[in-house]
Design a protein around this ligand. Structure first.
Ligand SMILES: Cc1cc2nc3c(=O)[nH]c(=O)nc-3n(C[C@H](O)[C@H](O)[C@H](O)COP(=O)(O)O)c2cc1C
Ligand code: SF4
Ligand code: SF4
Length: 256
Protein backbone atom coordinates (compact mmCIF):
# COMPACT_ATOMS: atom_id res chain seq x y z
CA UNK A 1 0.00 0.00 0.00
CA UNK A 2 2.87 2.33 0.81
CA UNK A 3 4.37 1.60 -2.61
CA UNK A 4 1.07 2.79 -4.10
CA UNK A 5 1.31 6.04 -2.11
CA UNK A 6 -1.43 5.00 0.30
CA UNK A 7 -0.50 5.59 3.89
CA UNK A 8 -1.61 2.73 6.13
CA UNK A 9 -1.85 1.98 9.81
CA UNK A 10 -2.47 -1.53 11.09
CA UNK A 11 -3.73 -2.69 14.45
CA UNK A 12 -4.64 -5.91 16.16
CA UNK A 13 -8.09 -6.05 17.77
CA UNK A 14 -6.24 -7.69 20.67
CA UNK A 15 -4.33 -4.48 21.40
CA UNK A 16 -5.58 -3.29 24.79
CA UNK A 17 -5.78 0.26 23.46
CA UNK A 18 -7.54 -0.57 20.16
CA UNK A 19 -10.02 -2.88 21.89
CA UNK A 20 -11.59 0.22 23.46
CA UNK A 21 -14.63 1.15 21.31
CA UNK A 22 -14.03 4.90 21.63
CA UNK A 23 -10.48 4.43 20.26
CA UNK A 24 -11.21 2.16 17.28
CA UNK A 25 -14.42 3.92 16.32
CA UNK A 26 -12.56 7.24 16.29
CA UNK A 27 -9.77 5.73 14.17
CA UNK A 28 -12.32 4.38 11.69
CA UNK A 29 -14.10 7.73 11.46
CA UNK A 30 -10.85 9.46 10.52
CA UNK A 31 -9.66 7.26 7.65
CA UNK A 32 -10.85 6.90 4.05
CA UNK A 33 -10.73 3.11 3.78
CA UNK A 34 -10.86 0.40 6.46
CA UNK A 35 -9.49 -3.14 6.00
CA UNK A 36 -10.64 -6.11 8.08
CA UNK A 37 -8.49 -9.26 8.26
CA UNK A 38 -9.17 -12.52 10.09
CA UNK A 39 -8.51 -16.25 9.86
CA UNK A 40 -11.25 -18.49 8.43
CA UNK A 41 -12.78 -20.90 10.96
CA UNK A 42 -15.27 -23.29 9.32
CA UNK A 43 -15.95 -20.81 6.45
CA UNK A 44 -16.81 -18.31 9.15
CA UNK A 45 -15.50 -15.42 11.21
CA UNK A 46 -13.85 -16.24 14.57
CA UNK A 47 -16.16 -15.37 17.47
CA UNK A 48 -13.98 -12.57 18.84
CA UNK A 49 -13.80 -10.88 15.42
CA UNK A 50 -17.52 -11.32 14.82
CA UNK A 51 -18.24 -9.57 18.14
CA UNK A 52 -15.82 -6.80 17.15
CA UNK A 53 -17.66 -6.19 13.85
CA UNK A 54 -21.13 -6.40 15.37
CA UNK A 55 -20.28 -3.79 17.99
CA UNK A 56 -18.75 -1.24 15.62
CA UNK A 57 -20.35 2.16 15.61
CA UNK A 58 -22.40 2.64 12.43
CA UNK A 59 -20.74 4.55 9.59
CA UNK A 60 -22.16 6.01 6.42
CA UNK A 61 -21.00 4.11 3.30
CA UNK A 62 -17.34 4.01 4.44
CA UNK A 63 -15.20 2.16 1.88
CA UNK A 64 -13.79 -1.10 3.20
CA UNK A 65 -12.01 -4.30 2.23
CA UNK A 66 -11.85 -7.77 3.77
CA UNK A 67 -9.05 -10.31 3.61
CA UNK A 68 -9.02 -13.68 5.28
CA UNK A 69 -6.33 -16.31 5.80
CA UNK A 70 -7.19 -19.94 5.21
CA UNK A 71 -5.85 -23.43 4.85
CA UNK A 72 -7.72 -25.02 1.94
CA UNK A 73 -11.30 -23.95 1.40
CA UNK A 74 -13.09 -20.93 2.79
CA UNK A 75 -16.28 -20.97 0.70
CA UNK A 76 -18.01 -17.62 1.14
CA UNK A 77 -16.09 -16.94 4.37
CA UNK A 78 -15.00 -13.45 3.26
CA UNK A 79 -18.50 -12.60 2.00
CA UNK A 80 -19.86 -13.35 5.48
CA UNK A 81 -17.93 -10.35 6.80
CA UNK A 82 -18.92 -8.24 3.79
CA UNK A 83 -22.58 -8.85 4.65
CA UNK A 84 -22.13 -8.17 8.36
CA UNK A 85 -20.10 -5.02 7.67
CA UNK A 86 -22.81 -3.72 5.33
CA UNK A 87 -25.15 -3.74 8.34
CA UNK A 88 -22.68 -1.43 10.11
CA UNK A 89 -22.67 0.92 7.10
CA UNK A 90 -19.47 -0.22 5.35
CA UNK A 91 -19.25 -0.52 1.57
CA UNK A 92 -16.93 -3.50 1.07
CA UNK A 93 -15.38 -3.41 -2.39
CA UNK A 94 -12.87 -6.22 -2.03
CA UNK A 95 -13.27 -9.45 -0.04
CA UNK A 96 -10.70 -12.17 -0.68
CA UNK A 97 -9.21 -15.30 0.88
CA UNK A 98 -5.47 -15.91 1.09
CA UNK A 99 -3.93 -19.32 1.59
CA UNK A 100 -1.36 -19.45 4.38
CA UNK A 101 0.84 -22.22 5.86
CA UNK A 102 -0.99 -25.00 7.67
CA UNK A 103 -1.13 -24.52 11.43
CA UNK A 104 -3.61 -27.27 12.27
CA UNK A 105 -2.18 -30.65 13.21
CA UNK A 106 -4.58 -32.42 15.54
CA UNK A 107 -5.62 -36.03 16.21
CA UNK A 108 -8.79 -35.84 14.09
CA UNK A 109 -9.48 -37.36 10.67
CA UNK A 110 -8.07 -35.17 7.86
CA UNK A 111 -6.23 -32.87 10.31
CA UNK A 112 -3.94 -35.65 11.53
CA UNK A 113 -2.75 -36.28 7.99
CA UNK A 114 -2.08 -32.61 7.17
CA UNK A 115 1.61 -31.88 7.58
CA UNK A 116 3.08 -28.77 9.15
CA UNK A 117 5.50 -27.69 6.45
CA UNK A 118 9.09 -26.64 6.95
CA UNK A 119 10.28 -23.03 6.57
CA UNK A 120 11.26 -23.46 2.92
CA UNK A 121 7.89 -24.93 1.93
CA UNK A 122 6.05 -22.29 3.94
CA UNK A 123 8.03 -19.57 2.14
CA UNK A 124 6.59 -20.80 -1.16
CA UNK A 125 3.05 -20.51 0.23
CA UNK A 126 3.85 -17.05 1.55
CA UNK A 127 5.29 -15.93 -1.79
CA UNK A 128 2.01 -16.84 -3.47
CA UNK A 129 0.15 -15.03 -0.71
CA UNK A 130 2.29 -11.97 -1.33
CA UNK A 131 1.40 -11.97 -5.05
CA UNK A 132 -2.28 -12.08 -4.12
CA UNK A 133 -1.84 -9.30 -1.56
CA UNK A 134 -0.12 -7.15 -4.21
CA UNK A 135 -3.11 -7.66 -6.48
CA UNK A 136 -5.41 -6.70 -3.61
CA UNK A 137 -3.37 -3.53 -3.02
CA UNK A 138 -3.73 -2.67 -6.74
CA UNK A 139 -7.49 -3.14 -6.58
CA UNK A 140 -7.80 -1.02 -3.46
CA UNK A 141 -5.66 1.72 -5.02
CA UNK A 142 -7.72 1.71 -8.23
CA UNK A 143 -11.06 1.26 -6.42
CA UNK A 144 -11.93 -1.86 -8.42
CA UNK A 145 -14.20 -4.53 -6.92
CA UNK A 146 -12.85 -8.02 -6.20
CA UNK A 147 -15.04 -10.41 -4.25
CA UNK A 148 -14.32 -14.11 -3.89
CA UNK A 149 -16.70 -16.88 -2.82
CA UNK A 150 -20.04 -15.34 -3.84
CA UNK A 151 -20.89 -18.09 -6.39
CA UNK A 152 -23.45 -20.86 -5.56
CA UNK A 153 -20.80 -23.57 -5.09
CA UNK A 154 -18.81 -21.57 -2.54
CA UNK A 155 -21.95 -20.33 -0.80
CA UNK A 156 -23.28 -23.91 -0.45
CA UNK A 157 -19.89 -25.30 0.70
CA UNK A 158 -19.40 -22.41 3.11
CA UNK A 159 -22.89 -22.76 4.53
CA UNK A 160 -22.42 -26.46 5.19
CA UNK A 161 -19.28 -25.81 7.23
CA UNK A 162 -20.72 -22.77 8.99
CA UNK A 163 -23.94 -24.42 10.11
CA UNK A 164 -21.95 -27.26 11.65
CA UNK A 165 -19.55 -24.91 13.42
CA UNK A 166 -22.31 -22.64 14.75
CA UNK A 167 -24.34 -25.58 16.07
CA UNK A 168 -21.52 -26.61 18.37
CA UNK A 169 -20.13 -24.69 21.27
CA UNK A 170 -16.44 -24.65 20.30
CA UNK A 171 -15.37 -24.60 23.93
CA UNK A 172 -16.28 -28.30 24.22
CA UNK A 173 -13.21 -29.01 22.09
CA UNK A 174 -11.07 -27.20 24.65
CA UNK A 175 -11.87 -29.97 27.14
CA UNK A 176 -9.25 -32.03 25.34
CA UNK A 177 -6.43 -29.69 26.35
CA UNK A 178 -4.04 -30.51 29.14
CA UNK A 179 -0.52 -29.53 30.16
CA UNK A 180 2.37 -31.93 30.31
CA UNK A 181 3.77 -30.88 33.71
CA UNK A 182 7.12 -32.50 32.99
CA UNK A 183 7.93 -29.99 30.26
CA UNK A 184 5.98 -26.90 31.34
CA UNK A 185 8.24 -24.13 32.70
CA UNK A 186 5.27 -22.07 33.99
CA UNK A 187 6.26 -19.14 31.78
CA UNK A 188 2.53 -18.20 31.66
CA UNK A 189 2.72 -17.23 27.99
CA UNK A 190 -0.35 -19.38 27.23
CA UNK A 191 -2.39 -17.58 29.91
CA UNK A 192 -1.23 -14.14 28.82
CA UNK A 193 -1.76 -14.55 25.07
CA UNK A 194 -5.00 -16.52 24.90
CA UNK A 195 -7.26 -14.14 22.94
CA UNK A 196 -10.28 -15.03 25.07
CA UNK A 197 -8.64 -15.23 28.51
CA UNK A 198 -9.71 -18.83 28.58
CA UNK A 199 -6.78 -20.43 30.39
CA UNK A 200 -6.60 -20.29 34.15
CA UNK A 201 -3.69 -21.22 36.39
CA UNK A 202 -4.79 -21.88 39.92
CA UNK A 203 -3.35 -24.06 42.70
CA UNK A 204 -0.54 -25.15 40.37
CA UNK A 205 -3.04 -26.43 37.79
CA UNK A 206 -4.04 -25.19 34.35
CA UNK A 207 -7.66 -25.32 33.26
CA UNK A 208 -9.46 -24.36 30.05
CA UNK A 209 -12.71 -22.45 30.61
CA UNK A 210 -15.75 -22.15 28.33
CA UNK A 211 -14.69 -19.24 26.10
CA UNK A 212 -12.31 -21.05 23.73
CA UNK A 213 -12.47 -19.91 20.09
CA UNK A 214 -10.22 -22.82 19.10
CA UNK A 215 -7.49 -20.63 17.63
CA UNK A 216 -4.84 -23.20 18.67
CA UNK A 217 -2.48 -20.43 19.74
CA UNK A 218 -1.81 -22.02 23.14
CA UNK A 219 -1.20 -25.41 21.57
CA UNK A 220 1.03 -24.20 18.73
CA UNK A 221 3.02 -21.48 20.44
CA UNK A 222 3.86 -22.93 23.84
CA UNK A 223 7.69 -22.69 23.77
CA UNK A 224 8.02 -26.16 25.30
CA UNK A 225 5.20 -27.84 23.32
CA UNK A 226 3.86 -28.66 26.77
CA UNK A 227 0.21 -28.08 25.84
CA UNK A 228 -1.41 -31.25 24.58
CA UNK A 229 -4.59 -31.97 22.71
CA UNK A 230 -5.51 -35.52 23.77
CA UNK A 231 -2.74 -37.97 24.66
CA UNK A 232 -1.73 -38.41 21.00
CA UNK A 233 -0.02 -35.02 20.74
CA UNK A 234 2.54 -36.01 23.37
CA UNK A 235 4.26 -37.45 20.32
CA UNK A 236 5.78 -34.11 19.30
CA UNK A 237 7.56 -35.59 16.27
CA UNK A 238 4.26 -36.69 14.79
CA UNK A 239 2.21 -33.69 15.97
CA UNK A 240 4.50 -30.87 14.95
CA UNK A 241 3.38 -27.42 16.13
CA UNK A 242 3.35 -24.45 13.78
CA UNK A 243 5.51 -21.69 15.24
CA UNK A 244 4.21 -18.80 13.17
CA UNK A 245 5.80 -16.90 10.29
CA UNK A 246 9.58 -17.00 10.51
CA UNK A 247 10.10 -13.40 9.41
CA UNK A 248 10.37 -11.58 12.72
CA UNK A 249 7.17 -12.92 14.29
CA UNK A 250 6.94 -12.59 18.05
CA UNK A 251 3.91 -13.13 20.25
CA UNK A 252 3.73 -9.51 21.38
CA UNK A 253 2.97 -8.51 17.76
CA UNK A 254 -0.47 -10.04 18.29
CA UNK A 255 -1.27 -7.26 20.71
CA UNK A 256 0.16 -4.31 18.74
C1 LIG B 1 -11.27 -23.95 14.28
C2 LIG B 1 -10.63 -23.79 12.93
C3 LIG B 1 -11.40 -23.90 11.78
C4 LIG B 1 -10.82 -23.73 10.53
N1 LIG B 1 -11.59 -23.80 9.42
C5 LIG B 1 -11.04 -23.62 8.20
C6 LIG B 1 -11.83 -23.67 7.02
O1 LIG B 1 -13.05 -23.83 7.05
N2 LIG B 1 -11.21 -23.53 5.83
C7 LIG B 1 -9.88 -23.32 5.72
O2 LIG B 1 -9.40 -23.20 4.60
N3 LIG B 1 -9.09 -23.24 6.82
C8 LIG B 1 -9.64 -23.39 8.05
N4 LIG B 1 -8.86 -23.32 9.18
C9 LIG B 1 -7.46 -22.98 9.04
C10 LIG B 1 -7.27 -21.49 9.33
O3 LIG B 1 -8.01 -20.71 8.42
C11 LIG B 1 -5.83 -21.14 9.25
O4 LIG B 1 -5.18 -21.90 10.18
C12 LIG B 1 -5.67 -19.68 9.58
O5 LIG B 1 -5.87 -18.95 8.42
C13 LIG B 1 -4.36 -19.37 10.17
O6 LIG B 1 -4.45 -18.11 10.74
P1 LIG B 1 -3.98 -17.85 12.25
O7 LIG B 1 -2.56 -18.26 12.29
O8 LIG B 1 -4.17 -16.39 12.44
O9 LIG B 1 -4.85 -18.71 13.11
C14 LIG B 1 -9.42 -23.48 10.43
C15 LIG B 1 -8.65 -23.38 11.59
C16 LIG B 1 -9.22 -23.53 12.82
C17 LIG B 1 -8.35 -23.41 14.03
S1 SF4 C 1 3.17 -21.59 27.57
FE1 SF4 C 1 3.72 -23.74 27.83
S2 SF4 C 1 5.50 -23.69 29.17
FE2 SF4 C 1 4.52 -21.69 29.34
S3 SF4 C 1 3.10 -21.91 31.09
FE3 SF4 C 1 1.92 -22.38 29.25
S4 SF4 C 1 2.09 -24.61 29.09
FE4 SF4 C 1 3.69 -23.99 30.47
S1 SF4 D 1 -7.19 -22.43 21.57
FE1 SF4 D 1 -6.03 -21.88 23.40
S2 SF4 D 1 -5.31 -19.78 23.03
FE2 SF4 D 1 -6.99 -20.19 21.57
S3 SF4 D 1 -8.85 -19.46 22.58
FE3 SF4 D 1 -8.68 -21.63 23.05
S4 SF4 D 1 -7.60 -21.66 24.98
FE4 SF4 D 1 -7.26 -19.65 24.13
Amino acid sequence: MNQRNIEIKKYSIESTEIAKPEIHNELIRNVDIVGFGYPIYGSDIPKNFMDFIDNLQKVDKKQAFVFTTMLLFSGDGAVVAKRRLRKRGFKVKQAINIRMPNNVKLPYPIFKSLAIRNAEENDKVKQKAFVKLSKLADRIASGKNWVQGWDPLNIAGGLMQRVEMRLFDLSIYARNYFVDDETCTQCMQCVEYCPSNNIEFKDEKFSWKDKCILCLRCYNLCPEDAIQYKEATLNRDKYTRYKGPTDGFTLNKLKE
